[in-house]
Design a protein around this ligand. Sequence first.
Ligand code: HGY
Ligand code: MN
Ligand code: MN
Length: 423
Amino acid sequence: MNPSSLPVSTDRLVARLEALGRVGALEGGGVCRLALTKADGEGRDLVVGWMKELGLDVVVDGIGNLFGTRAGSRPGPSVMIGSHIDTVATGGLYDGNLGVLAGLEVIAALNDAGIVTEHPVTVAAFTNEEGARFQPDMLGSLVHVGGLPLEEALATKAVDGAVLADELAAIGYAGEASIGGIEAAAYFEYHIEQGPVLEAEAIEIGVVEGVQGISWTELTLTGRSSHAGTTPMRLRRDAGLAAARIAAEVAGLAREIGGDVVATVGSVKLTPNLVNVVAARAVMTVDLRHPDEGILRVVEARFAEIVDRVAAEEKVEVARRTLARFEPVAFAPALVDRVEAVAKRQGRSTRRMFSGAGHDAQMLARVAPAAMIFVPSVGGLSHNVREFTAHADLGNGLSVLAELVLERAGHANVDAAASRGAV
Ligand code: HGY
Ligand code: MN
Ligand code: MN
């Protein structure tokens, strides 16, 4: 059932999600389209093709952000619908892709309805939102809003050693358009929740009030390799043991403080990584998050103490590198209120919530009123090949998005719109 006045089609959206999901498809399900890989390039090609089919004016900026714009009756800032199409290595069909492809579906419905909006409407796909290959995450949208100089971003090195500028050129998306050239009058991001809340409470639409703070650190622990059989425990400088102890104590810290604190050691690389060699080096990442900046800073300080104490006890040296650090962001209250009002008017159950995941919307919020719409994730799963959101839920969020965009972009030819019903 599509209660929005725009003839959006969930079936058409799902068909595009599945088609894009075939790009970088993993054996047995799931998707791997890490930023600026060949698969990401092919996914971009597919989306650009759809943008052109829909009659959008497509531009690519210097960091590879994609923008497809449908003209309004008057020039000026766009109502922007955005997200990302890069995925983590074990990604699903929906994270990011839903927001970009739902934007294309709103465009298709505007075309089908013959509606001319006052404001232009732009669909954006931002580069490297995931931060899995290049850090920080939300890199493309951060550059777009002036939070990271383009030259610095282009020089970023991937976890696999590649340089961002080279990878961007290799897939043909080192664009000419100026950074920030497409201005947003308002920004909407439609996204799966990626957590367990909406499903657990049987709520249809998450009205997102903001995004929690995020702190990513890379630790390089340097010990000394030695023989696993001949080296007494008291003589070891074991980087692997130090990494394991830090991981365990960081998790213990999160459990001790409790509440909304989350701490994750997602990557540990040992050198030489062999069964009978005490590890000389460990390179590990620590992801800390909390909705309150003050508490996040307390967690960071306690984390630093843990690292210093364990390193001293295990006689290893420590080098720290900040990979990402973003304070919590609150979305525009008036726009958040509209998300809630439209969802309720369409008969949806709603609840207000903060986003546990980072999103491009938290960057766009620096330059325009921004808001997000969440729909449930089955089992609360995401960044997992079994990520899934039910067809009806996809349609619920799509209808809310369509109504919000139409409301914000304005009708220049109301009669044409009024004469067409919803499908
Ligand atoms: O890490 C995040 O929250 C997002 O997926 N980049
Ligand atoms: Mn995402
Ligand atoms: Mn993600």
